[in-house]
Design a protein around this ligand. Structure first.
Ligand SMILES: NC(=O)c1ccc[n+]([C@@H]2O[C@H](COP(=O)([O-])OP(=O)(O)OC[C@H]3O[C@@H](n4cnc5c(N)ncnc54)[C@H](OP(=O)(O)O)[C@@H]3O)[C@@H](O)[C@H]2O)c1
Length: 457
């Protein structure tokens, strides 16, 4: 049985499978020629069209992410149907998969908040778009599939020189970064910023947009392994600091009075550190909680610890210290707080900056839909430098062949014979190995040591 068939099939999907394959009962009647009912003329039903989609079958680890055939979506009033050419992978997709996000939909559902493509169909009442328009969209889920129906209010036309790939590298990350810097933090000339996860999609967008303002100094924190890659890519971070190190001390060494802006996507203990680094008139913006993700699956302990570590700051303290605390959540703004008009304006400002050559998105890698698990794993492993993209037209990577059965048995035999070794025998082996190592570190070859032994005896 294939992987796809092992997944629980929702009622709607099951109907499609039944129409195509015939239900078990129907098959039995056809095969045995029995059954009480009068023979009925077979009505040929047109099989509903299907598309590939990245489906979350249950909250948890990477195994819950499957590529499944789903019925093509119908287009409702106010929606457009998009033929998807590129999808953006964002950190919040990892959190959704774990169920570490507020009010997620019920499983199974199609993942993804960002895609670009071509409009194939218009729903009733849609006026601002035409069939054939090249667009990018930020739907509430369902973006990672070959086709998606999206409310027109979450869809943005692409300017002429913006490709689908550019669009998904830019839209979510630069829109968030633009709002953080220019709306929430009110960045102006000569200010200094501390940016966490500076090597990632949003991190690099923040850096590039901040550098459109004169004399801004950026302190960027990320995994040490990314520092060389960022320098090689010409990323204009002024001071690259190591994640997990004493970044507060490093900032204080370079700028004893602290920074003007802290952009924090980690939460937990970073909240207090960030707040305490603020200069008078400084602004701290919380826009993520990546610290909650400590493994492949959701940890209630990490979530509780992250919450517990955050000091509850009174407005009186802010008043006394001349500091500002604020937060930003694009998902809530768009899908719960009717902020789509404001977001649309920001997307347009971002496209303008791209057309003027003021921002150059940093792409980490592009993956086939079928390789989404590897793409997610790369982000979990903190290895992405810039944005990760999914391309539905791309061929999946060849997977390593499963070892032949015989070979497997041989391996097991080997292993079990190792296990069966008597402890004394094992100790002897270990001693021999130690001896070999000792000789090698003395510059002897194993052969030489043996001959020396022989001579000495
Ligand atoms: N508020 C909003 O509306 C909004 C919208 C979009 C994104 N965000 C937030 O912005 C942040 C960046 O998002 P992104 O999509 O651009 O992703 P990203 O930065 O490309 O995400 C991957 C990077 O996050 C860092 N990271 C921090 N904690 C991690 C953890 N527990 N596990 C794995 N990696 C971790 C790693 O870099 P280092 O090890 O180098 O730090 C990793 O390479 C996320 O916190 C996300 O939730 C917020």
């Amino acid at each position: 049985m294939s992987e796809q068939e092992t997944v629980a099939v929702p009622a709607e999907e099951q109907k499609i499978e039944d129409v195509q394959n015939g239900t078990a009962e129907e098959k039995e009647v056809k095969e045995n020629g029995s059954g009480d009912a009068e023979p009925v003329a077979e009505v040929e039903k047109e099989a509903p069209k299907e598309m590939r989609a990245v489906v979350l079958t249950g909250f948890g680890g990477l195994k819950s992410v499957k590529i499944l055939k789903k019925p093509e979506p119908a287009v409702n009033e106010g929606e457009v149907l998009i033929r998807v050419k590129a999808c953006g992978l964002n950190f919040q997709d990892l959190m959704v998969r774990q169920g570490a996000i507020d009010s997620p939909p019920k499983c199974p559902f199609i993942l993804g908040f960002e895609c670009a493509g071509e409009i194939e169909q218009l729903g009733e009442g849609v006026e601002d778009f035409a069939i054939g328009d090249q667009v990018v969209a930020l739907p509430e889920y369902r973006a990672w599939s070959e086709l998606v129906a999206v409310p027109a209010k979450y869809v943005y036309k692409l300017p002429k020189n913006v490709s689908h790939l550019d669009a998904v590298t830019i839209t979510m990350n630069y829109t968030v970064a633009h709002i953080l810097l220019f709306e929430m933090a009110g960045l102006t000339k000569g200010k200094s910023i501390l940016v966490h996860s500076v090597g990632g999609g949003v991190g690099q967008a923040i850096v590039q947009l901040a550098k459109t303002v004169p004399d801004v100094t950026i302190f960027g924190v990320c995994s040490k392994g990314k520092h060389d890659a960022l320098r090689a890519a010409g990323s204009p971070v002024d001071h690259l600091l190591e994640r997990g190190g004493d970044y507060v001390g490093e900032v204080r060494k370079l700028s004893p009075e602290g920074v003007d802006v802290v952009l924090d996507c980690l939460c937990g203990e970073e909240c207090n550190k960030g707040y305490n680094l603020l200069k008078p008139m400084g602004k701290y913006v919380l826009y993520g909680s990546s610290n909650v993700v400590t493994g492949e699956t959701k940890s209630f302990f990490s979530a509780a610890r992250s919450w517990w570590q955050v000091d509850k700051v009174s407005p009186l303290k802010l008043f006394d210290e001349n500091r500002t605390l604020c937060g930003f959540n694009l998902r809530h703004l768009m899908y719960q707080q009717h902020g789509e008009g404001y977001v649309k304006q920001t997307v347009q400002s971002v496209f303008k900056l791209f057309q003027e050559g003021k921002i150059k998105p940093l792409l980490d890698s592009t993956w086939a839909l079928e390789d989404v698990v590897e793409a997610m794993q790369k982000m979990h492993d903190r290895k992405n430098v810039g944005k990760i993209i999914l391309d539905p037209s791309m061929e999946p990577k060849p997977k390593p062949a499963t070892p032949a059965k015989g070979k497997n048995k041989e391996d097991k035999k080997k292993q079990s014979s190792e296990e069966k070794k008597e402890p004394e025998e094992k100790k002897d082996d270990e001693k021999k190995e130690e001896k070999k190592e000792e000789n090698l570190t003395n510059g002897d070859s194993p052969g030489e040591s043996d001959s020396k032994k022989d001579n000495s005896s």
